[in-house]
Write a protein that binds this ligand. Sequence first.
Ligand SMILES: [Ca+2]
Length: 147
Amino acid sequence: MGIRGPRNLDGNRYAWGNDLYGPEGEHLCNIWQGDFPRTNTAADGHLATAPVRSFPANGFGLYEVSGNVWGWCSDWFLPKYYRNAPADNPQGPTIGRGRVMRGGSFLCHDSYCNRYRVAARSSNSPEPASSNCGFRTVVQRARGRIA
Ligand SMILES: [Ca+2]
């Protein structure tokens, strides 16, 4: 899978640009196709979760940023926080009722939640487990040499 999309996503609807589908009509993320919630045609090839790297990476080299499973974040969810937050690198609220979830999942459909958009977010408490919610891990390369 190649890398798709710009590295500057300001104002873009999705994590790879503004079009939900690629130039040949190809699917770029794992969401619901069909008549929600009755019939999922799995036109993108996946009825439930898809393996990592099933779709192209975005311009930052990130896979499955949208759709597949909600990305559970460490930020607390406080809906009004971003109205007055710093525009540059907001650190998130220090309190909240749940943790932020971003990116939507394989259960998202344009007619229902459309939360696979970059700007969308939701929340969930830390306790529940469901097949459409996950999280990312980050590995940071060490700088310098180990003595
Ligand atoms: Ca799907």
